[in-house]
Write a protein that binds this ligand. Sequence first.
Ligand code: ATP
Ligand code: MG
Length: 803
Amino acid sequence: MDDVKHLRNLNDAQLAAVTFVPTTPLQILAGPGSGKTKTLICRIAHLISHHKIHPSRIVAVTFTNKAANELRNRLDGLIGKAEASSVVLGTFHAICARLLRQHGSEINLPRNFSICDADEVKKIINGILKDMVAAAGLHGSNKRIEVRDSVAVEYISKAKSKGLSPDDLETKAQRDIASKESLPKGEADPQFMLQVSSIYAEYMKVCKNNNALDFDDLLTYGVKLLQTKPSCIDYEHVFVDEFQDTNTTQLQLMKHFAARHGNVSIVGDPDQSIYGWRSAEIENLTRMIKLFPGTKQVFLEDNYRSTGAILAASLAIISEDTTRPPKTLRTSHPYGVTVTIGNCADEHEEAVCIAEEIKRLKLISGGLLKWSDFAILLRFNALSRNLETALQKMGIPNRILSGQKFFERVEVKDLLAYLQLIDNPNFDPAALRVLNVPKRNIGNKSVEELRKRASKTGKPVMHTVEKIVDGRIPDISPPLRSKAREFIQTMRDLRQKAIKGISVASLIRELLMQLDYAEHLKKTQPDWESRWENVRELITFATESSTAQVSSQSNSVQDDDSSSTDAADVTRATTTASLLKEDKQAGLVDGDLWEDTSPLPGEDSSLSDELESTNPLRVFLETTSLSTDVVANDEDAENEKVIISTCHAAKGLEWPVVFIPSVERGTYPFYRSEDTEEERRLLYVACTRAQVLLYLTHAARRKLGGDSKEAELSEFLTVVMKKNKNLFTSNKPILGHKEFSLLSKVLGRPAPEATAVQQGVQEYYKVQATSTAPAANTGGVLPQPAPNGYSQGQSTNRTFKFK
Ligand code: ATP
Ligand code: MG
């Protein structure tokens, strides 16, 4: 029976949680891999199919967009697309952005607000710091500005997530200065905080002038909206995954979401709380019980993800945190292969060693393991460089899950900035980014001048550009004026098209033509071809989002030919662009810019909101600015690639084989972190991503930040290894019958034929014989067939060591 699909394959505790009275607030607390997310999904499916709750009255909050997509896909599988697509699903940020677009006017928010990403926030703060330094110099003040931009960003974000205003910070700093008492450990110097508070105040002003919100604002304004107009939502059931990583504002949001009906279900694991550095508060678990009296707690104790060996090693690591209450977590899988500790001489050897091991496992598994079954989890991004090189040299395809994301690439950001500016001409970060892209001889100095003027006058950058065109600012060279005119004309033209509701794909193609962007890439980027691919991908993405929009929103405007996104067409478009541009330029010289009576960007009237909230451009921009964890393109996701990710980004995910390099002091715990226990939990989260094979590697020396220094094994491991000698080995695992059947069970794929395994092993020896790897890893006897048909002892070099 289809309607009970979601009740199948659940253990008793999970089933109880899924079917528990829908009106009782529920906390499902359990260790990694115990099926918390699975239980949450099944409970949603049960509410819809059994309790007949309308899907649109259910809101489910996930930690990343990727998790939201996965959740939707899994719901599709359980209850069908039609119902699943109506569930309100997303991160707190995405859900708030949507609410603010629809109802923001209730709290006087303009509908065309832009969302600043981390990069844009930093640029704004940078500008403010520059102004402050200049002002201090001007007033002969010897007060130095002590705050660095990244530190200011961090403090402002922390203040926002605690709901503190610049005034609150200032009052506290003044009080601390006056009291002259020594501050508790960990609290920042009040003079320093005084500077932070004024940067914060200035930052708020700039954002207001720019019609811009940052990520934290989305949440705080979300709360404000729901306080002002609670009736703008009516969710009957509220779900939150990874609840242990919510902050104060997010808890408030959850409270507002559930205000009317009080039905909340959260899942979480205190042992996996790894976002304290971003103001997540584990105390939210107890706060929730106070907010929702009668909350029932459910504990799950069976792990379905990892082998006994991986679970035992992971639990041994986390158990060293003595403040943590002991918990039960058992696995239904066999004990499996002991966790491997790899010792290497330095970071290069470590990278080669990991790449070789991946290749070895792939080959000797006779086709059972795919590249995408391997993940390398890093404490921080900089560790990826050597690994990428080693994998590439060995011909192993890989992709970075948390490195440079698609929407952060230069060419993609350029085009998005143009689109943002079309939508919101007051958004200075976008204006400053694109003024000289493609080159218009508006150099860095001129751009900085424009920024300063905007900051001084409180008027947007585009306002000044327009004054330049208009001749209202003297001493501008005629070529610069002509370039500015061209720029304004382009923007105005595109804005008119956007207002008319043309599709975003068409708008981007129009933009490419008007800017002759292909030519710009050719001139400025040696790898322009691959960058052009990203441009094309952006068009594809725009087409796909508009189709998705159409399927969920039948009234949306559609004028587009989706065929226009194919390669030939785009290439043709750029050829056309060159021709069109010439015409346009020719016409522009004589044409009267002011003929058109429609409002100009930068004019007061342009602040009026002309794009409807359902306008394709606006909807598209919302998707892209919140897609912080969308990586590359779909094609990539389908491709078979080894994943490189940070431990933080790997949260909630799982892979059959996991490598964790640099398990050393200074990395675990990270030398800059103030919370050792959070670092231990992070290593625990990383280890518990592994299903069948887990490797922790470390090097004797490591070069980081230019210096090669001696490295030591992380203290998180040394203690554990001393106490539990059997939990770790430096031997590389041998895959035999038992391991193959375990892998095939986990992967849900048939075990390989013995002949395929034999062939893979032969191939492995062939690769080794021609390998340039260190001598100790070459050679070896050909495997002897074992009684079960599989080969045994695939390698004579069994230690994970290259000394
Ligand atoms: P994390 O804390 O890492 O987020 P989680 O508790 O959310 O983990 P899930 O991701 O829901 O765990 O489940 C882990 C794996 O175990 C998934 O592959 C899931 O399909 C599987 N699983 C969960 N419950 C069962 C079950 N009862 N029977 C079989 N497999 C299960
Ligand atoms: Mg989960």
